[in-house]
Design a protein around this ligand. Sequence first.
Ligand SMILES: *[C@@H]1O[C@H](CO)[C@@H](O)[C@H](O)[C@H]1NC(C)=O
Length: 216
Amino acid sequence: MSLSFFALALFLYLGLDVPEASFSPASAAASEGVKITYGSVIKLMHERTKFRLHSHEVPYGSGSGQQSVTGFPNVDDSNSYWIVKPLPDSSAKQGDSIPNGTIIRLQHMRTRKWLHSHLHASPITGNMEISCFGGDGESDTGDYWRLEIEGNGKSWRQDQRVRLRHVDTGGYLHSHDKKYSRIAGGQQEVCGVREKRPDNIWLAAEGVYLPVNGSK
Ligand SMILES: *[C@@H]1O[C@H](CO)[C@@H](O)[C@H](O)[C@H]1NC(C)=O
């Protein structure tokens, strides 16, 4: 299945407008400065290791036992797509840009569960566990993440380095080169840490970026 076909399939699946969408290639250079808007479907790349934030229908064997979230080494895996969503009571619409400090949710495209965290211990390092939980009709404050943009810029763009801080626990979305030995493909741990560290930094990588409302 080619990438463009996949993008199209994605739009049909999401019921979005095909002609207005821009599909971003793996190289970020071509789409530098593209704004990230609600409804966009993106991969998040951990800056230090270049692994993508990933989930799949494999439960943790420890902690909460919820669906696991890992760092994935390969670029091409559709289980690494996340839909950027506002809070349930928000007036934000699809295509709205996202100012620094906004609380957002990330929905795992394939399983429809939300990027979630809590005080359960992460499997390898005993930091805070990051899981996927809930679904289309089920979401709670454990799915809330505050966007913190590094450097300049009032709203989220693809070329910006960002942190995602979990609202309930204060933990930053974090990864490192601690690998799971039993999972194929050398996946690494994703966890939450309260300290502001260099390896809490993520970049929006491949994805389907919806254009900003009213920008035409
Ligand atoms: C975004 O907000 C965070 C946290 O309040 C702050 O540290 C950071 O400097 C802000 N980024 C920009 C680009 O203003």
